[in-house]
Design a protein around this ligand. Structure first.
Ligand SMILES: Cc1cc2nc3c(=O)[nH]c(=O)nc-3n(C[C@H](O)[C@H](O)[C@H](O)COP(=O)(O)O)c2cc1C
Length: 204
């Protein structure tokens, strides 16, 4: 598939064919592409938890989603996903990396970081997983784990404290689904979000 088509066709898919697993080859390509993402200082401070057998996926959904009607309704189709990859960022890897001689921030001070690159890099890796799924003819969805579910998720899967789950990517062969209501907002016009040369236009 042409790269421009991969980008254009990507959308969050929230229902999957429950009878079509993701092959190990495709799963491995998704993960191999994730770790090709750029990272600050080449820190690569990410970690991915792969869940593919039905028991593990079930444990994930139980731990990571609230009991509310809205979530449980959302889950009906999401549960069909044969593959879930939970993406985690590890801040301490970045603080250590930037305290190395070629970077020289010996104090590990978090105030030096204009934005949390650990989350950014893991987000970039997640986008590569989403795009790879499209390139392989599959669908995927990135979604968050609500904060109140995170301690239970960590305990269930033995995730160490230094790893923060930034979200999860469900992957599978597409089945009919409901488009998100958020899409009614439409894409913002380029003129609203892109500036050329200067942010503010001088008043004439
Ligand atoms: C950081 C982030 C968090 C998201 N969280 C959720 C989520 O919890 N549940 C969900 O169904 N979709 C989630 N989405 C998907 C967005 O709703 C979706 O990307 C947006 O509506 C645009 O639709 P599209 O990606 O299909 O073009 C998330 C997307 C991002 C980037």
């Amino acid at each position: 598939m042409e790269f421009r088509d991969v980008v254009r066709r990507r959308r969050m898919v929230r229902n999957y064919d429950p009878d079509r697993p993701v092959s190990p080859e495709v799963r491995d390509r998704i993960l191999a592409h994730a770790v090709r993402a750029p990272s600050a200082g080449f820190s690569q401070g990410w970690g991915f938890l792969v869940l593919e057998n039905p028991e593990d996926r079930d444990r994930f959904w139980r731990a990571a989603t609230p009991e509310t009607d809205v979530w449980q309704q959302w889950l009906v189709n999401m549960r069909h996903a044969p593959l879930i990859v939970v993406a985690h960022s590890n801040k301490s890897v970045y603080l250590d990396r930037y305290a190395q001689p070629d970077k020289g921030w010996t104090d590990r001070d978090e105030d030096r970081w204009p934005v949390p690159y650990w989350h950014i890099d893991t987000g970039m890796a997640s986008l590569l997983m989403l795009l790879t799924a499209v390139d392989e003819g599959l669908g995927a969805c990135f979604f968050g784990i609500p904060p109140e579910q995170i301690p239970g998720y960590r305990a269930e899967f033995g995730v160490p404290d230094e790893f923060q789950p930034i979200g999860a990517v469900s992957v599978g062969y597409r089945a009919p689904d409901h488009r998100s209501g958020s899409l009614r907002r439409g894409h913002r016009p380029m003129g609203d979000v892109v500036r050329f040369g200067n942010w503010t236009r001088a008043e004439r």
